[in-house]
Design a protein around this ligand. Sequence first.
Ligand code: HEC
Length: 137
Amino acid sequence: MRRTSVLLLALAAVAAVAAAAPGSIWAGVYTTAQAARGQKAYLADCAECHGEALRGIDDALPLVDQVFLKKWTGKSVGHLVDVTRRTMPTDSPGTISRQVCTDIVAYVLSVNGFPAGQRELAPATVLLKQILIEPKK
Ligand code: HEC
């Protein structure tokens, strides 16, 4: 076999493993119970600026649909949790725990049409960084 074919085979094998990993956002990375908790927290801590339907108000950007997905495609769920934890709410950043931020992100994912599954989205950074926001393949 030529060296390029070997390389292509190796890449295909890596891609197959990556596709099977539970890291895909389409595999169901949060539970409906978690999203429900997240919704409560969202309504209490975020809705006054981002709106009850997550569509954004003035400078507070929308957290749903094309604008949001376009900006976040290719980035990790971990990055979204980090940004939320570090910068939101803008008037008192850092006041919401990592667990609650993770629950809120689960809710944001649910509103954006990503499916729920059997396991909760865990707040651990290493795990969250493996889950990419991406269109359905
Ligand atoms: C006091 C108003 C206010 C509150 C409350 C607030 N936000 Fe924001 N948020 C903003 C503004 C303004 C921006 C855009 C500017 C910026 O990023 O600082 C923003 C940006 C964001 C972004 C980045 C969006 C993007 O596409 O870059 C995320 C994610 C976000 N907010 C999530 C949340 C979550 C989750 C909560 C509740 C925990 C929350 N925000 C509460 C005002 C607010």
